[in-house]
Design a protein around this ligand. Structure first.
Ligand code: 1VU
Length: 289
């Protein structure tokens, strides 16, 4: 998922909020057909999402369908695939097996609609139940469809029966930190983008920034948002600073220099292949002039 730092959720039945999300600076917009839409509104929401997809906004558009084990999932897919979304987001994803099944459905619908089979990517929410968290190691097997893995704490807390996903000091409790780290490692094994969870306290910009900075430091490449006011903070945090870009360029130059070897020194610190790979990744995420 190149050049995606922020993904903004928007209820799929609200044309007002959808217009606002499309006008925001979010790199991707997630049109939600699941939890933010009442069951009775879903048929109308499917049609609205399809027309938004077909109107071509210039943004990466993702549709969050309902879980595969509900009757809504197939109706969601049948309605929106012909709008050629960038990706389908799969909630309550239990393991790579669910990605495989949604991939079969997508292939059939892509063939129906004259699309390239395999064109629609899948973003899975990989930690919404305890069963899903424990299956995190399975995703590498479905790397071709999978563009990203997102983690989230709220549904996992409900599955566990916890009173809160947070400790008294505001940090996530251990089970949710484990889910976060497993999502990061699972995405790495599948060569998919690791996407950090939504920050639900949407008026708290300082808290959002701290959480986004921790995610970027740890290797997440994007964070999901629930409110347009969260997008600027997320975009800033996931864009390398000019100092980081300059430092990365110096590292690459050291390795490309005339006396290049497998190990080098810069500013009194040893550099080897890991630092070179990290520097190249920083440069690949630098804003284009
Ligand atoms: O000033 P206006 O009335 O024109 O616009 C409001 C509001 O409609 C708009 N807005 C949004 N626009 C686009 N996308 C959004 N996500 C969004 N949220 C709000 O911005 C203007 C100001 O809004 P506000 O500050 O008065 O906020 P509200 O009280 O209206 O809305 C708060 C909620 C939380 C309800 C709203 O932000 C929202 O609907 N967020 C998305 C919820 C969602 O999609 N949840 C499901 C995914 S999260 C998940 O499942 C975790 C994995």
């Amino acid at each position: 998922m190149e050049n995606v730092r922020s993904l903004l959720f928007v209820p799929g039945d609200s044309d007002r909020k959808i217009a606002k999300a499309l006008a925001s600076s979010a790199d991707a917009v997630i049109l939600d057909l699941e939890d933010s839409v009442l069951p009775a509104q879903r048929p109308a929401a499917r049609e609205l999402c399809r027309s938004v997809l077909q109107s071509g906004s210039g943004k990466k558009l993702v549709v969050r369908i309902n879980p595969l084990d509900t009757p809504d999932a197939l109706a969601d897919l049948a309605a929106v695939v012909r709008g050629r979304p960038y990706a389908i987001m799969l909630p309550k994803c239990r393991s790579a097996q669910d990605v495989r099944v949604v991939g079969y459905h997508l292939s059939a619908l892509e063939a129906r609609d004259g699309m390239t089979v395999g064109a629609t990517k899948v973003l899975s929410i990989a930690t919404e139940t305890a069963e899903s968290v424990l299956a995190a190691g399975s995703y590498a097997a479905e790397a071709s469809r999978l563009a990203g893995l997102l983690w989230g704490a709220e549904d996992l807390a409900a599955d566990i029966g916890a009173r809160s996903s947070r400790q008294l000091d505001g940090r996530y409790a251990a089970a949710y930190r484990l889910a976060r780290e497993l999502c990061l490692l699972a995405a790495t094994t599948a060569r998919a983008a690791p996407i950090d969870a939504v920050y639900t306290d949407f008026r708290n910009q300082a808290g959002l920034k701290l959480e986004a900075e921790a995610a970027a430091r740890d290797g997440f490449t994007a964070k999901a948002a629930i409110h347009p006011d969260q997008v600027a903070v997320i975009n800033e945090v996931f864009t390398p600073t000019s100092d980081e870009i300059a430092h990365a360029r110096r590292i690459v130059e050291v390795f490309e220099g005339a006396a290049a070897t497998g190990v080098a020194a810069l500013d009194g610190k040893m550099l080897a292949r890991p630092e070179l790979l990290i520097a190249k990744r920083t440069l690949s995420r630098a804003p284009q002039p």
